[in-house]
Design a protein around this ligand. Structure first.
Ligand code: BMA
Length: 337
């Protein structure tokens, strides 16, 4: 019999993990998420013709970050713009809208008719960054495109029939199929909405639709819900951060919540927080073009340091960040289920 020698602790090595935008929890705070003291990080007038910049998606890219931004301009056209950043906080956003090139010969059948493009999500999947967004085609539906470099973008076919919003891709195939969450809706401000999951062999043809989650009466998410950032894979399941809407005397209130979905069958909900993670309670979330909106569209994760930074739109006007620990959010989901 051999006895194994205890291995000495490895010598400390310089930490080369790129750090995501971060601030420590403010002293005295017990919140699961806390807001960046730099909020809003992108203001409504950061482009010459912008009315508002909000509900936008960012990802790590090369030695910094890239993103796709929702910009409503001064004609109030809703469209997508690419942006770059070295630190994830200060952004350079292109003045021109993204001009998608057709990924195949049939795309002009849909792209000839532009209505609007808004609420983008960006997902690294296999070998490129996919963009999904709410794409106007006889009403809102889910647009899909991709880019390798955030300079040239290609458009695929719309994923679903109108009306649909909040299409969010999973970052890998599940059971061999691509997977997307979405929220079938109406052509207006939609006083209902559940999250569904759909599968595709090719990111063009979508089917095997499964129900995932419904609103919960008499809570912060009683009217409708919609997926937010790309789901985050954890050993405990897919961490889904989503928005939930309550109808108040003064209109809709958009808050953030979280759930854990089964890794192999992500239409199965393992746990879901009964409480909101963050609700609009500060001026840049409460006052703007649409009051009382905190709308998450992206998240950055530093697993090594157990850090999570969420990007969200404030009051349909500005871009904001909130921080928390990944383990803390998962514990919150489980403890408040
Ligand atoms: C939804 C979308 C979002 C917006 C929200 C609140 O229907 O239009 O872009 O943040 O309403 O206005």
């Amino acid at each position: 019999m051999t006895t194994s020698q205890p291995t000495p602790d490895p010598a400390p090595t310089p930490d080369r993990t790129p750090s995501i935008p971060w601030e420590d929890r403010p002293p005295g705070s017990t919140d699961v998420l806390w807001r960046s003291s730099r909020n809003p990080i992108i203001g409504r007038h950061d482009l010459p013709r912008s009315n508002s910049i909000f509900n936008s998606a960012v990802v790590p890219f090369r030695d910094g970050y890239a993103g796709v931004f929702r910009v409503d301009d001064t004609t109030r056209e809703m469209n997508l713009h690419a942006g770059r950043s070295t630190d994830g906080v200060s952004w350079t956003i292109a003045e021109e809208t993204i001009a998608f090139e057709p990924a195949d010969g049939r795309i002009p059948e849909i792209s000839a008719r532009f209505e609007h493009a808004y609420d983008p999500r960006v997902t690294w999947l296999e070998d490129r960054f996919y963009v999904t967004w709410c794409n106007g085609y006889h009403g809102p539906t889910i647009g899909v495109g991709y880019t390798h470099d955030f300079e040239t973008f290609f458009q695929l076919d719309n994923a679903f029939l109108p009306f649909n919003r909040n299409g969010v891709l999973f970052p890998r195939r599940i059971g061999g199929a691509y997977a997307m969450l979405s929220r079938p809706s109406d052509n207006g401000h939609t006083p209902f909405g559940d999250i569904f999951l759909s599968e595709s062999p090719d990111l063009v043809h979508w089917g095997r639709h499964r129900h995932v989650m419904a609103p919960i009466p008499w809570t912060w998410e009683s009217t409708k819900i919609g997926a937010g950032p790309t789901p985050i894979e954890t050993p405990e399941g897919w961490l889904l951060i989503y928005h939930g809407v309550l109808t108040s005397c003064n209109g809709y209130v958009y808050s953030m919540g979280a759930a854990l979905l089964d890794l192999d069958q992500p239409w199965k909900v393992i746990a879901r927080s009964r409480d909101y993670l963050l609700s609009p309670q500060v001026p840049y979330e409460q006052v703007g073009d649409v009051p009382n909106v905190a709308f998450p569209c992206a998240a950055l994760v530093d697993e090594q340091r157990d850090r999570l930074t969420i990007y969200y739109g404030g009051a349909d006007t500005v871009v904001c960040m909130a921080h928390g620990s990944l383990s803390g959010v998962i514990a919150f989901v489980r403890s408040r289920s």
